[in-house]
Design a protein around this ligand. Structure first.
Ligand code: SAM
Length: 264
């Protein structure tokens, strides 16, 4: 009787583990909504409670354990490994990250604005490719994420090139010229909450932060999606816009980046 009970408990626990570790993650790989619910609404709070830490803190620990100080590529690799083998996180990720890299390398920008820092993954990718004396300003309104990002950026040795500013994009964009001495941006990477892409683009236009030839590169235009922004940049005569098809970070769900050249 006791033996049967013990067998049932062990079998049940093993089944739950297989479901949690492989079956559900494999199933949600193909569905954006389910993937986000599984990783953000179910797994993240559960692990936060079990480990008494946050996902960004666990990501930082993985960087400190597996990446070499002063080596940005090893920082990016450590984060990608953590997100593929341990926990999904909302970085632009390795696949779309390659598209981001090629846009940055081709443009060779000296002034870059990033909207949405999170743990600093894309910040490190961009800053690592910038020429000497270039400046990347990255905005993050969550102070806990900003604190982690500062440590990730410092670990990669790129803090000289990056200015992380804490606050909401809608409040900070109008102050950029005056407070940070940048007149216009060569490149803007939009990767904050999706309902802010369009209002912040219009705000950057109104504040004169875009010049003829400035490039807006927007992440997650398909998943979770930014339909109002896409409609705007694709139909406005002020932009020439191009879609780069890819996948939602660390999944097989379609997502992509929209590159839009401001024509003035
Ligand atoms: C998708 S994550 C950014 C990921 C990051 N770019 C990367 O690839 O590593 C979005 C981040 O934007 C921040 N955010 C959202 N809306 C914002 C706003 N209006 N102003 C500043 N930060 C914002 C969130 O707190 C979150 O950390």
């Amino acid at each position: 009787m006791l033996l049967t009970f013990l067998y049932s408990c062990t079998g049940g626990a093993a089944l739950l583990y297989v479901l949690y570790r492989w079956l559900i993650p494999a199933a949600v790989q193909y569905h954006g909504g389910l993937a986000l619910i599984w990783h953000e609404v179910i797994v993240e709070p559960m692990l936060d409670t079990l480990t008494q830490s946050t996902r960004p803190q666990r990501l930082l620990s993985a960087v400190q354990k597996n990446a070499t100080r002063g080596d940005p590529c090893s920082v990016v690799k450590a984060i990608d490994q953590f997100c593929r083998s341990k926990e999904w996180a909302m970085n632009v990720g390795d696949e779309k990250g390659c598209i981001l890299d090629s846009v940055v390398s081709e443009l060779n920008p000296t002034t870059v604005l990033e909207l949405g820092t999170y743990c600093g993954y894309s910040t490190v990718r961009i800053a690592n490719l910038l020429p000497p004396h270039a400046k990347l300003i990255t905005l993050e309104f969550n102070p806990d994420f900003a604190a982690i990002a500062r440590q990730v950026i410092a670990w990669s040795g790129l803090e000289e090139k990056v200015q992380l500013v804490e606050g909401a994009s809608g409040d900070l964009i109008p102050k950029i010229k005056q407070d940070f001495g940048v007149q216009t941006f060569d490149l803007v990477f939009l990767d904050h909450w999706k309902d802010r892409y369009l209002p912040d683009t219009k705000l950057m236009e109104a504040c004169g932060l875009l010049r003829k030839g400035s490039i807006l590169l927007a992440d997650n235009v398909i998943c979770p999606g930014t339909p109002d922004y896409l409609e705007y940049v694709r139909s406005s005569p002020r932009y020439e816009s191009q879609y780069f098809k890819s996948h939602l970070e660390y999944t097989k769900v379609e997502d992509g980046l929209e590159k839009s050249v401001f024509l003035g």
